[in-house]
Ligand binder design. Structure first.
Ligand code: FAD
Length: 449
C-alpha cells in the first residue's frame, strides 16, 4: 500500500461517500473540494436570510444506498424525510372557474391495484383503448427492454392513451429523467419504474426532505470524516493530476501547491473530470466520452408569500404552465414559501429570473384560487443539473475503473441504469471506494489476478 493518502476530488454525494467508505476501511483520505461547502449539486445556499436548497430534491424509498449512507452519518431518514405513498396528483389552471385535477392513486403497488388506478385514470378513453393501455402498461413494467428507444416511442408502442401520457407518463418522465420524453432513454426510465413500482410500497414511496439539503448528508458526512481522521480541504480547486507510475499521482492545487496521492478518486461532474484526467494517450478515449455526455438544467423557483400559506399537498404536478411540480416549503419549517421545479429548463427559456418567477406565481394563483400573488421570488437555475438522459445513455457511460491503474471515477454520470440522482452518486462513490480498496490491497490483487 502506498504511503501517500488516497485523494478524493469533489465533495458531492459521490465524493463524500467514497471518502467515508475509504476512511471507515482505515485508509488515509484527503478530500478536496473547490467550493466553500460540501454537497455539490445537492447543497444548501443561504439567501435573503433563508436556508434554501440549490434545487428542490426528492428521493424515493428505492434509494437504498443513499438512505443507508444517511443513516451511517447519523441522519434518521424517518425524521429527515417526509414519506408520501406513490400517488400523482396533477392540476391544471382553472379555466371556467372549475379546478381540474387528475389523480393516479393506487391503493398499493400490487399489480391489481396499479392496474385499477391506471384504468380509472383513463376514463376519457374508450373501453377498448383503456384495456389496450392497461396491457401496454403491464408490458412496460414487466418486460425489460433489450434495445433502448425514446420514452415517447415506448409509450406509443405500448398503446398508452393520450390522457395518461400527457397527465402522468410524460410529466413523470421529465421529472425523473430531467430529459423530455421525445429524447429520454426508455431503458433507464423503465429501470426506475421497475425498481420502485415493482419493489413494493416502501421503495415506491416518495421522500420529501424536511430539512435543508446540507443537513441530510453533506454536513454530517464531513463531521464523520473529521472524526475518522480524514483531511478535508474546502475552497481548494484541483488544477491538474499528473500520473507518476508506481509512485502514484501528483495533484496541483489552485495556488500552485502540490499534493502526493497513492490513488485518486475523481468525483467531480463529468466535464471537470474530463479536464482533470492526466494528459496520457491511454485516457484520450475516456476524455472524449466524458466530453460527449450532455447535461440538462433545472430551475427551482422559490416564491415567498406575505401570509402563511394554506395547507397544500406535499407534491402537486402542474399541467399547462411554466412550473412543473409544486412543493410547499412548510415541510422544512417555512410556511410562507413554495418551491416550483422546472426540469429540462433549457427547453423553456425566459428573458430573466424576474420574468420567470412572476409568471410562475401568476399561473399558480390561477391554479390554486385563494393563493394570491407572491411578494418575492428567487430563481436558482443549475445549468448542468443532471446528465442528458438520452436514449442509448448507458452505452456511453464510463466505468468506475479508468484505464490508468489507481485512478477511479465516481459521480452520478457513472451509475449504469439510473438517471443522475443522489442514489446514482452514492452507488458510484461506494463502487469507486471498493475498487480502490481492492486494488490497493496487494494480497487481494494477487489472489484475484
Ligand atoms: C436543481 C437540481 C435538482 C435535482 N433534483 C434531484 C432530485 O430530486 N433527486 C435526486 O436524486 N437528484 C436530484 N438532482 C441530482 C443530484 O443532485 C445529483 O445527481 C448529485 O448531487 C450528484 O452528485 P455528485 O457527487 O455525482 O456530483 P456533484 O454534486 O456535482 O459533486 C461534484 C463536486 O466536485 C467539485 N469539484 C468540481 N471540480 C473540482 C475541482 N477541480 N477541484 C475540487 N473540487 C471540484 C464540485 O464543486 C462539486 O462539489 C438534482 C440536481 C439539481 C442541480
Amino acid at each position: 500500500m502506498s504511503e501517500h493518502p488516497i485523494a478524493v476530488i469533489g465533495a458531492g454525494w459521490a465524493g463524500l461517500t467514497a471518502a467515508l467508505v475509504l476512511s471507515r476501511a482505515g485508509r488515509r483520505v484527503t478530500l478536496i473540494e473547490a467550493a466553500a461547502a460540501a454537497g455539490g449539486r445537492a447543497r444548501t445556499v443561504e439567501t435573503d436570510g433563508a436556508r434554501l436548497d440549490n434545487g428542490q430534491h426528492i428521493l424515493v424509498g428505492a434509494c437504498r444506498h443513499a438512505l443507508s449512507q444517511m443513516r451511517a452519518v447519523g441522519v434518521n431518514p424517518i425524521l429527515a424525510l417526509h414519506p408520501v405513498p406513490f400517488r400523482l396528483l396533477m392540476r391544471r389552471r382553472v379555466s371556467d372557474g372549475t379546478p381540474e385535477s387528475f389523480l393516479l392513486a393506487p391503493r398499493s403497488t400490487r399489480t391489481r391495484d396499479l392496474g385499477a388506478a391506471l384504468y380509472e385514470a383513463t376514463r376519457d378513453a374508450s373501453p377498448p383503448r383503456r384495456l389496450l393501455g392497461l396491457l401496454g402498461a403491464w408490458r412496460m413494467l414487466h418486460r425489460p427492454l433489450t434495445r433502448d428507444r425514446s420514452v415517447t416511442d415506448w409509450l406509443q408502442a405500448n398503446a398508452q392513451p393520450d390522457g395518461l401520457r400527457e397527465r402522468f407518463w410524460e410529466p413523470l418522465c421529465l421529472a425523473v429523467m430531467n430529459t423530455p420524453p421525445a429524447h429520454a432513454s426508455a431503458r433507464v426510465f423503465q429501470n426506475v419504474l421497475r425498481q420502485t413500482l415493482l419493489a413494493g410500497d416502501g421503495p415506491a414511496r416518495l421522500l420529501i426532505p424536511r430539512r435543508p439539503l446540507g443537513e441530510l448528508f453533506a454536513e454530517p458526512a464531513l463531521q464523520q470524516l473529521r472524526t475518522l481522521g480524514a483531511t478535508i480541504r474546502l475552497s481548494t480547486r484541483v488544477r491538474g493530476i499528473e500520473a507518476r507510475g508506481e509512485d502514484g499521482f501528483i495533484l496541483t492545487l489552485q495556488d500552485g501547491e502540490t499534493l502526493a496521492a497513492g490513488q485518486v478518486v475523481l468525483a467531480t461532474a463529468q466535464r471537470s473530470a474530463a479536464r482533470l484526467l492526466p494528459a496520457l494517450p491511454v485516457l484520450d478515449a475516456l476524455r472524449a466520452d466524458l466530453v460527449e455526455l450532455g447535461a440538462r438544467s433545472i430551475c427551482t423557483v422559490y416564491l415567498r408569500y406575505a401570509e402563511a400559506l394554506p395547507e397544500l399537498p406535499p407534491l402537486t404536478g402542474l399541467l399547462d404552465q411554466h412550473g412543473q411540480w409544486l412543493l410547499p416549503r412548510r415541510l422544512v419549517g417555512d410556511p410562507h414559501r413554495l418551491a416550483v421545479v422546472i426540469s429540462a429548463a433549457e427547453e423553456y427559456p425566459m428573458p430573466d429570473a424576474d420574468t420567470r418567477w412572476q409568471r410562475v406565481g401568476r399561473e399558480l394563483a390561477e391554479t390554486f384560487p385563494g393563493l394570491g400573488q407572491p411578494e418575492q421570488g428567487r430563481v436558482i437555475c443549475e445549468k448542468m443539473a443532471t446528465l442528458d438522459a438520452r436514449s442509448g445513455l448507458d452505452d456511453r457511460r464510463p466505468a468506475i475503473r479508468t484505464p490508468l491503474p489507481g485512478l477511479y471515477l465516481a459521480g452520478d454520470f457513472c451509475a449504469q441504469g439510473l438517471p443522475s440522482t443522489l442514489e446514482a452518486a452514492v452507488q458510484s462513490g461506494q463502487k469507486a471506494a471498493a475498487a480502490a480498496i481492492i486494488d490497493g490491497t496487494p494480497n487481494l490483487v494477487r489472489r484475484s489476478a
